[in-house]
Design a protein around this ligand. Structure first.
Ligand code: FAD
Length: 425
């Protein structure tokens, strides 16, 4: 096969993985990564609190697909070719062992993102992949479409050597046979005019994976209180999440809240992050099942003071707060609880409603909901359906996952598929 020149735009997770995969198949091809900043793999570095949550221990593809609020159908074809098991094996074959935490998240055993970065830099060095920082791509032209407009040659196709011309900020253009765009999230369509000129559409980008700012600050007096298993729902939306919740000085955080923000990212953006969340602190009961169970509580704990007997294993500070909100003194005996207070307490336990105004992305795994519309991308090859030879990888596409290693998994999968196609596999 003739030696080809491949350009990968973006020195992040998807771009590096893609470039390395092509080089593994064609070590002698000319492969370059163009990165606009002077930093490489900067998100990998800070990811997972500096530990890099590489993927998730989820070998079942159908279950894996459920972790992506956007892109599920598209990813189905992709994951059947390269998914979590392939990621684990690839890193293992490249001397990076991963370990699994209780919740399924997988990290390098060193618990340092530098292990992943070092691995990629080693591979790039091994295959002599050219990595060019401060190379910002401004425009991409498809040379096969260009026409020679010199006198007498109007409308005659100008056969140039390479398929693409890549225009750079303050530098000479570069030519390439094939190209993979892996420029990450929060795409602004005005900066990608050339992509929209090709006919691609950009689904409006909005943030995903954030925490909620509560209007009523009373709850925030419980700052630092964590509940292992609660359920949380955005009022008016069918999606809910069950898992750990954390009360912070600005509102509600924790894995279940952050995951919920992914499922409702677009709806919440549409309301400018104003609305309400409903929390069921017990998660195992709903209002009517808890009412039934309450009869047993009264019988079992009748003589106990409510402040000291909390049947839900809730943190004491939260339990006392809820009793206070229901107008129940801590020394009230279970048997003496008035039915009106009981009704309020059951409602608070199963449906605490908190008004929300605004979001916080402090230190969270912020990702973009939106990006290049999937309708014009081939899910098996990541190639544009509009421009042959143009490929996409990573967060720049309209795919995003909840927290837990799913966003990197998408970066590896799409980078791998784009590489296979460009390598002619
Ligand atoms: C704080 C934080 C922690 C995270 N932790 C995790 C985690 O533990 N696990 C997980 O699965 N996900 C995590 N994520 C999400 C994950 O980091 C991203 O989904 C992933 O990095 C996307 O990879 P990417 O290569 O598509 O984009 P990026 O990593 O954003 O890389 C894109 C690169 O392209 C460059 N670029 C942009 N435009 C141009 C241009 N015109 N020309 C040249 N270069 C350009 C950018 O400078 C950037 O370096 C985290 C995100 C954040 C913000």
């Amino acid at each position: 096969m003739e030696k080809k020149k491949i350009i990968v735009v973006g020195g992040g997770a998807a771009g590096f993985f893609c470039a390395i995969q092509i080089a593994e198949l064609h070590p002698h091809w000319e492969i370059s990564i163009l990165e606009k900043t002077n930093k490489l793999l900067s998100k990998v570095k800070v990811s997972g609190g500096g530990r890099c949550n590489v993927t998730h221990a989820c070998p079942d593809i159908e279950m894996l697909l459920q972790k992506y609020p956007r892109g599920t159908r598209f990813l189905k074809k992709a994951f059947y070719q390269f998914a979590t098991q392939n990621t684990i094996e690839w890193f293992k074959n490249n001397s990076v062992e991963l370990h699994t935490e209780k919740d399924g998240r997988m990290f390098p055993t060193t618990n340092s993102s530098d292990t992943i970065i070092d691995c990629f830099l080693r591979k790039v060095h091994q295959y002599k992949i050219q990595v060019l920082t401060q190379h910002e791509v401004l425009d991409v032209q498809n040379n096969n479409w260009s026409t020679d407009i010199t006198e007498g040659n109007e409308n005659k196709e100008n056969k140039v050597q390479k398929n693409f011309s890549i225009q750079l900020q303050g530098r000479e253009p570069i030519q390439a046979d094939a190209i993979c765009l892996a420029t990450g999230g929060m795409l602004k369509s005005d900066r990608l005019k050339w992509l929209t000129n090709f006919g691609h559409t950009i689904v409006d980008p909005v943030p995903s994976l954030f925490t909620f700012n509560t209007v009523d600050k009373k709850i925030t007096t419980l700052m630092g209180v964590a509940v292992d298993r609660a359920s949380i729902q955005w009022r008016g939306n069918k999606n809910f999440e069950v898992g750990p919740l954390l009360i912070t000085h600005w509102g509600i955080s924790g894995p279940a809240a952050i995951k919920l923000s992914a499922w409702c990212a677009r709806e919440m953006a549409a309301t400018n992050y104003e609305g309400a969340i409903q929390i069921n602190w017990t998660s195992n009961f709903n209002e009517s099942t808890l009412k039934m169970e309450w009869i047993n509580f009264r019988m079992d704990f009748g003589k106990r003071e409510m402040g000291s007997k909390n049947p839900f294993e809730l943190p004491q500070r939260l339990w006392h707060f809820l009793l206070g909100e229901a107008g129940i003194a801590l020394n009230t005996k279970w048997a003496d609880l008035k039915s009106t207070n009981q009704q309020v307490l059951i409602q608070l336990l199963t449906r605490t409603t908190l008004d929300i105004k605004g979001k916080t992305t402090f230190k969270e795994e912020f990702v973009t909901c939106g990006g290049v519309d999937l309708k014009d991308i081939d899910a098996q090859t990541m190639e544009s359906k509009l421009v042959p030879g143009l490929h996409f990888a990573g967060e720049m596409m309209d795919v995003d996952g909840i927290t837990g290693g799913f966003n990197f998994q998408h970066a590896w999968t799409s980078g791998w598929l784009a590489a296979q196609h460009m390598a002619g596999q």
